[in-house]
Design a protein around this ligand. Structure first.
Ligand code: PAF
Length: 288
């Protein structure tokens, strides 16, 4: 496995691979890899000749009050896990390599970046979209794999690619969960033992929502209030949001209406650790 730290070397390598007709699959990460990231590598491996993973904790997607300085990092461990899983190239630039000067150009994906996560992290998706655009220009992949765990991020990236005609296909891979249902996240390591136990309430509340909708509930306000009850009775978690969107448009909805499915998303804080999760809710369509 090759490790590249320089932007120009990565671009030159990508040009050479493309000149030889190699298909480049890309897995962007912020490191501290877990099985969720490694499942993205597997997904990339299925379709690519060369799998490139980036490991870069992108400062521009963290607000000054967020956990940039304490974000977990262990590049030695990441390189070993990546190599064992079959990554061919890790792109691991320093902050100064990615941001040598004060930047004046950004990518803003309007509307969808403002709701749900965006209400609590107003500058987050501008940072994500901008760094992903930079990474696409550096790694020059044919396709890139993102996790469904960050469903809103995946939608923002897809919309950016579509609106700005990036020549990259976006693949979204399913959420990987711990045995008790907690969605894998690098931030799970911050959780105390009690919080870790209680954190399964995110998954349990989504299962509850899925059940209610399957049984015929179409009023998502009622579904939200059941989820809220479960979370507040079963944990000390503080809810940032529980929301529902039309998965095709990411517009907020309060009724399933004619849709086949809705996407339920939530963010809950345990102490300083903020966890997110989501699940599709498939509507029951009873013939009368
Ligand atoms: O999902 C992440 O780890 C990050 O948001 C990403 C896509 C690597 C951009 O920094």
């Amino acid at each position: 496995m090759k490790v590249i730290n320089s932007v120009t070397e990565m671009q030159r390598t990508a040009d050479e691979l493309r000149a030889y007709g190699r298909k480049i699959g890309f897995v962007p990460t912020m490191g501290y890899l877990h099985d969720g990231h490694l499942s993205l590598v597997d997904e990339a491996r299925k379709r690519a000749d060369v799998v490139v993973m980036s490991v870069f904790v992108n400062p521009t997607q963290f607000a000054p009050t967020e956990d940039l300085t304490t974000y977990p990092r262990d590049i030695g461990r990441d390189l070993k896990l990546a190599e064992d899983r079959g990554v061919d190239i890790v792109f691991n630039p320093a902050d100064k390599e990615m941001y040598p000067d004060e930047e004046f150009a950004f990518v803003e994906v309007e509307r969808v970046s403002r709701l749900l996560e965006g209400e609590f992290r107003p500058t987050h998706f501008r940072g994500v979209a901008s760094v992903v655009a930079k990474l696409f220009n550096i790694v020059k992949p044919h396709f890139a794999v993102f996790g469904q765990k960050d469903a809103q991020q995946a939608f923002v990236v897809r919309k950016m690619v579509r609106d700005l005609n990036f020549d990259v296909s976006i693949v979204v891979a399913p959420i990987v969960r711990e045995e008790d249902g907690l969605a894998m996240s690098s931030r799970n390591v911050y959780l105390s033992e009690t919080d870790r136990r209680e954190a399964t309430v995110l998954y349990r509340s989504l299962i509850l929502a899925r059940g209610l909708v399957r049984e015929g509930t179409t009023d998502l306000v009622a579904v939200r209030s059941e989820m809220l009850k479960l979370i507040s009775s079963g944990s000390k978690g503080k809810i940032d949001y529980i929301g529902f969107v039309n998965p095709e448009t990411f517009e907020r909805i309060e009724e399933i209406g004619k849709l086949d499915k809705a996407l339920a998303l939530l963010a809950v804080r345990f102490g300083k650790t903020r966890l997110i999760d989501n699940m599709y809710l498939e509507a029951s369509r009873r013939e009368i």
